[in-house]
Design a binder for this molecule. Structure first.
Ligand code: NAP
Ligand code: F7E
Length: 344
């Protein structure tokens, strides 16, 4: 294992302190997708470990810093976009990272059919652009690619492991397969420390409202508080292996601390239907989901990933990683958070 944390903590824009005795220089990490669910948890975690954190943030007419407002003074924000090569070169040159976490993506599967080419540009070609930027100026940096269980799609075996063949079922899944193989190829072609975390669904109170878990917990809170009466959803029979995002960002970090780059499935090893999620979430608020959930064809996808169930054996044995939050605790955490937010 490489030692990444440091005793020296420097969050200012000033010069870094020099190493004292055998203490190591502060490690620098660049996170793309800083403003997303995972970016916010990862930034918090790396700051707590003593890293100097740089985050790539794209231009927006709105304020995208909602999830990282509480730590924004501790982070170096760099402007850039995964669709723009020069901005990625600048971001790598400016941050001089020891570790790069590529979390930026058009991450909503549902929109990827409507924005197929855009999704490919950002989620697939964006990976190549970032790898190229790293290869040119920080070839020894450790690289993490946010690969996804969506690559398994129409699954060839259950549970899914690091050797399960890919069969993506959406433009998003196809783009992620490209990113996976580019990461593997930069490792094999140039000897870069480039790793894929193959993460199954992970959620939190910071999950985007368009994803089914957060749509449900937000809906439960609104119904409980009398702000709406029904919740319109698509396929209630889809099964997902859902974990807590805070646990999953620790696995990303552990993967980059390995001596050798590798690919690893991160999952809980349990699967649940959307219906079960509804049952527990409405139950948390003393409600019965059958009184409020309406199936609406508008939310049914052109092609569905029916069942995802990951095998986390390698994560357990190689990384020493275990999820801490159970499925029920996750649902409760999200319902409580939405109730508190909407009651305020
Ligand atoms: P998320 O909340 O949707 O965050 C995505 C991030 O990417 C946001 O910060 C977004 O910025 C940024 N982004 C989007 N397009 C960009 C562009 N063109 N240039 C630069 N930044 C851009 O996603 P997440 O749940 O944190 O997921 C993180 C990564 O893991 C993604 O790559 C996702 O595909 C992958 N993944 C997620 C899961 C999961 O269950 N959460 C599972 C497997 C893999 P804005 O704030 O400006 O929109
Ligand atoms: O859908 C079904 C839907 O949008 C989950 C992303 O983080 O995880 C995520 O992708 C399931 C699907 O997530 C609604 O059809 C039913 O079967 O929450 P989701 P996802 O598509 O699994 C993977 C691992 C990623 O990598 C992605 O970035 O729920 N479903 N009714 C619905 N889904 C939504 N969004 N809305 C509904 O009304």
């Amino acid at each position: 294992m490489r030692s990444a944390g440091s005793m020296l903590v420097c969050f200012s824009n000033g010069p870094l302190p020099s190493p004292i005795g055998d203490m190591k220089m502060t490690q620098r990490a660049l996170i793309t997708g800083l403003t997303g669910q995972d970016g916010s948890y990862l930034a918090e975690s790396l700051l707590a470990k003593g890293y100097e954190v740089y985050g790539l943030v794209r231009r927006s007419s709105n304020d995208p810093m909602d999830r990282v407002r509480h730590i924004k003074d501790d982070i170096h924000v760099l402007a850039g976009d995964m669709s723009d090569q020069a901005s990625l070169i600048d971001a790598v040159e400016e941050s001089r990272p020891d570790e790069v976490y590529n979390l930026a993506a058009q991450s909503f599967v549902g929109d990827s059919w409507r924005e197929a080419a855009y999704t490919g540009d950002v989620d697939a070609l964006g990976v190549t652009r970032l790898l190229e930027a790293i290869r040119r100026s920080r070839p020894n940096a450790h690289f993490y690619q946010a690969s996804s269980s969506e690559m398994f799609g129409k699954v060839h075996e259950t549970p899914q492991t690091e050797t399960t063949p890919f069969h993506p079922r959406s433009p998003y899944g196809v783009a992620k397969v490209y990113g996976y193989y580019m990461t593997l190829n930069y490792r094999e072609s140039f000897g870069m420390h480039a790793s894929n975390g193959i993460l199954f669904n992970h959620e939190s109170p910071r999950r985007g409202i368009e994803f089914v878990t957060r749509k449900i917990t937000d809906g439960v809170a609104r119904i409980k508080l009398g702000k709406q009466d029904e919740l319109r959803l698509g396929n209630l029979d889809a099964k997902r292996d859902w974990g807590f995002a805070g646990d999953y960002v620790e696995a990303m970090w552990l993967l980059l601390q390995q001596e050798e780059p590798d690919d690893c499935v991160i999952a809980t090893g349990e699967t649940h239907t959307v219906r079960e999620f509804c049952e527990i979430a409405f139950g948390c608020a003393g409600l019965d989901y059958t009184d409020h959930v309406v199936v609406d064809q508008r939310f049914v996808r052109p092609a569905e990933v029916e069942l995802l169930l990951g095998d986390p054996s390698k994560a357990r044995t190689v990384l020493g990683w275990e999820p801490k939050v159970t499925f029920r605790e996750l649902v409760e955490m999200m319902v409580d958070s939405d109730l508190a937010r909407l009651s305020a």
